[in-house]
Design a protein around this ligand. Structure first.
Ligand code: F6P
Length: 545
C-alpha cells in the first residue's frame, strides 16, 4: 500500500487547487451556462445538484483519476463480494447484504448470507405483526402500546433517527422511546408515565457487553418486576437484538425472543437489520421492507454506475476535495425536514466513528487529513442560529442541503403554503451561499458607506443540494445508503479501515477502573494521572464521601 499523497494524481489536484482557489462560483456559472444541468445526477429517487461546488470539469477528471489510483473499483467489488476488508478485525463488511432481495445469491465464508438475513427479517416481521395486532400481550394480557429500545451508538442512533423520520408512517398506535445514556436521568425520564403492563423493552446490543445498555436494561427489568410483582413477567416484556446468544441468555432473556445479526454488520451500519426492530414495530414490516428496497436501489447504483455519474462517488470525492485540498474543517448537513432532526447525529457516528483514523489499513501512519467532521440541524432552525458563520465567517464550511418536494401535511400561511416557504428557504440559502452579494450591489441599495462592508456576502461557499420527491421509507433508505457509501469512498481514498473503532475502547476500560474510586468509602488509592486524581477527590467531596 502506498501513501496516496505521494501519488501524481494527488499532486495534480494540489496544483489544480492553487489555480482554482481564487476563482468565484459567479465566474464559473457565467462561463458555463449548462453547468447546472450537467452537474447533476439522479439515483434511487434522489436528485443531486452539485453545480454549486468550487469545481470544474477538470477538477472532476482529476478527482476521478485519484479514485482510480486508490483502487476504488476493486474495493467496491471486494466489499460487495464479502472479502475481509475490515482488516484489523478480519471481517467481511456486508451491510449491503441486509437489504438484498430474497432471490439474490451471496455466500460468504461458506454461509448463505441471503437466507440468513431473510430468516431474521421474517422472524422480526412475524413478531411485529403479533405485537401490532395485539396478539402478543404483556404479562397481564394487555396489548403493547410503547416500545422502549435500550441501546447506544449504532444500537440507538439508527433506529431513533429512522423512527423520528418515519413518524408519519407509524400506523398501529405503537410509540417508541429510546434510552441510551448511562446518565440515570435518561432511563428515569423515559420510564416516566409508562404503563408497565403495556410496555415492551428491546435490549439492543451487538456485543451484549456494553455497560450503558446492560445497566439501563437492569434498571428497566427491576422497574417492571417491581410493578408487576413477578419475575415471570420479564419474558413477555423483554426481547433482545444481538449477535451474542450466550450473553442474552445469561441476562435472562429467552433466546426464542432474540433477533440476531452477524459480525459482518458494523454497529453503525445495522439499523436496517434486527437493530431496527423498534422501527418495524412502529411502522410495520411492509414499510420496513420498502425502506430496505430504497437502501438496495442506492447500493446497486453505487455498485454499477460509472463513477462520473455515481452519486456516492461524486459526493465522496468532493468531500475529499474540500477536506484535503481546501483544508475545510467541517461539513454541515442541513435537512429541510423537521422529521430528519436526528439525521446529523446519526451521520456523526456513521462518518466519524468510521473515518476518524490516523493509521492506514496496513498500520502505517496516514499523511492526509482524514475524517470529515459532520454536524448540523434542520433548516430553518439552523438559519436563525449558526448560518451567519456559514455566510460571513472566515471558515469554509461545505454543506449538504436536503429537501423534499411533497410534505406529509401542509398548512396555509399569509405567505403561501408552509412547505413551499420551507423549500424557498433552502433554495435561497444555497443561492446566497454560492453567489453572495457584492459591495457594489449593496451600495446601490443606498446602504451608508460605513455599513457596506458589514453587509457584503462573499459567496463562493460550496453546497450539495439533494432534492427528493417525498420523505418515505424508501427514500430514507436511499439517503442513508448514500452516506454509508460516501464514507466508504472517502475511507478508500485515505486507505484506512473504515469499519473498526478501536479508539473508543480505552475510555471504556478506564471508566470501569475509575468507578470504584468514586464510590468506595476509602480515599482513592490511585488514579491514572494527577489531574484525574484531584478531580476524583473533589467529586467525592461534593458527594459527601
Ligand atoms: O462506542 C463504540 C461502539 O462499539 C459502537 O461502535 C457501537 O455502535 C456501540 O458501541 C454499541 O455497541 P453494542 O451494540 O455492542 O452495544
Amino acid at each position: 500500500m502506498t501513501d496516496i499523497t505521494e501519488s501524481p494524481e494527488w499532486s495534480a489536484l494540489a496544483e489544480h487547487h492553487t489555480a482554482l482557489a481564487g476563482r468565484h462560483l459567479r465566474e464559473l456559472f457565467a462561463e458555463d451556462p449548462e453547468r447546472a444541468e450537467r452537474m447533476a445526477v439522479s439515483a434511487a429517487d434522489l436528485y443531486l445538484d452539485y453545480s454549486k461546488h468550487r469545481a470544474t470539469g477538470e477538477t472532476l477528471r482529476l478527482l476521478l483519476a485519484l479514485a482510480e489510483r486508490a483502487g476504488l473499483r476493486e474495493r467496491i467489488d471486494a466489499m460487495f463480494r464479502g472479502d475481509h476488508i475490515n482488516v484489523s478485525e478480519d471481517r467481511a463488511v456486508l451491510h449491503e447484504a441486509l437489504r438484498l432481495p430474497r432471490d439474490a445469491r451471496l455466500t460468504v465464508d461458506g454461509q448463505d448470507v441471503v437466507s440468513d438475513v431473510h430468516a431474521v427479517l421474517d422472524k422480526m416481521s412475524g413478531f411485529s405483526d403479533r405485537v401490532r395486532s395485539g396478539e402478543w400481550t404483556g404479562f397481564t394480557g394487555k396489548p403493547i402500546t410503547t416500545v422502549v429500545n435500550i441501546g447506544i451508538g449504532g444500537s440507538d442512533l439508527g433506529p431513533a433517527m429512522a423512527y423520528e423520520a418515519l413518524a408519519d408512517y407509524a400506523d398501529a398506535g405503537i410509540t417508541a422511546r429510546f434510552v441510551s445514556n448511562i446518565d440515570p436521568a435518561d432511563i428515569s425520564g423515559k420510564l416516566k408515565g409508562l404503563d408497565p403492563e403495556q410496555t415492551l423493552f428491546i435490549v439492543a446490543s451487538k456485543t451484549f457487553g456494553t455497560l450503558e445498555t446492560l445497566t439501563n436494561a437492569k434498571v428497566a427489568r427491576q422497574w417492571l418486576v417491581d410493578a408487576l410483582g413477578d419475575e415471570k413477567a420479564v419474558s413477555r416484556h423483554f426481547v433482545a437484538v444481538s449477535t451474542n446468544a450466550q450473553r442474552v441468555a445469561d441476562f435472562g432473556i429467552d433466546t426464542d425472543n432474540m433477533f440476531g445479526f452477524w459480525d459482518w454488520v458494523g454497529g453503525r451500519y445495522s439499523y436496517d437489520g434486527a437493530i431496527g426492530l423498534s422501527l418495524m414495530l412502529a411502522v410495520g414490516p411492509e414499510r420496513f421492507r420498502e425502506m430496505l428496497s430504497g437502501f438496495h436501489a442506492m447500493d446497486e447504483h453505487f455498485r454499477t454506475a460509472p463513477f462520473e455519474q455515481n452519486m456516492p462517488v461524486l459526493m465522496g470525492l468532493l468531500g475529499i476535495w474540500y477536506n484535503d485540498f481546501f483544508g475545510a474543517q467541517t461539513r454541515a448537513v442541513l435537512p429541510y425536514s423537521q422529521r430528519l432532526h436526528r439525521f446529523p447525529a446519526y451521520l456523526q457516528q456513521l462518518t466519524m466513528e468510521s473515518n476518524g483514523k490516523s493509521v492506514r489499513a496496513d498500520g502505517a501512519p496516514v499523511v492526509a487529513q482524514t475524517g470529515e467532521i459532520f454536524w448540523g440541524e434542520p433548516g430553518t432552525n439552523g438559519q436563525h442560529a449558526f448560518y451567519q458563520l456559514l455566510h460571513q465567517g472566515t471558515r469554509l464550511v461545505p454543506a449538504d442541503f436536503i429537501g423534499f418536494a411533497q410534505p406529509f401535511e401542509d398548512h396555509d400561511s399569509d405567505e403561501g403554503g408552509m412547505h413551499d416557504l420551507l423549500t424557498a428557504n433552502l433554495l435561497a440559502q444555497t443561492s446566497a451561499l454560492a453567489f453572495g452579494k457584492t459591495a457594489e450591489e449593496i451600495a446601490a441599495e443606498g446602504t451608508p458607506a460605513e455599513v457596506v462592508s458589514h453587509k457584503v456576502m462573499p459567496g463562493n461557499r460550496p453546497t450539495n443540494t439533494i432534492l427528493v420527491p417525498k420523505l418515505t421509507p424508501a427514500t430514507l433508505g436511499a439517503l442513508v445508503a448514500l452516506y454509508e457509501h460516501i464514507v466508504f469512498v472517502e475511507g478508500t481514498i485515505w486507505g484506512i479501515d473504515s469499519f473498526d473503532q478501536w479508539g473508543v475502547e480505552l475510555g471504556k476500560v478506564m471508566a470501569k477502573d475509575l468507578a470504584p474510586a468514586l464510590t468506595s468509602a476509602e480515599p482513592p488509592a490511585d488514579a491514572p494521572d494527577a489531574s484525574t486524581k484531584e478531580l476524583v477527590r473533589r467529586y467525592r467531596e461534593l458527594r459527601g464521601r
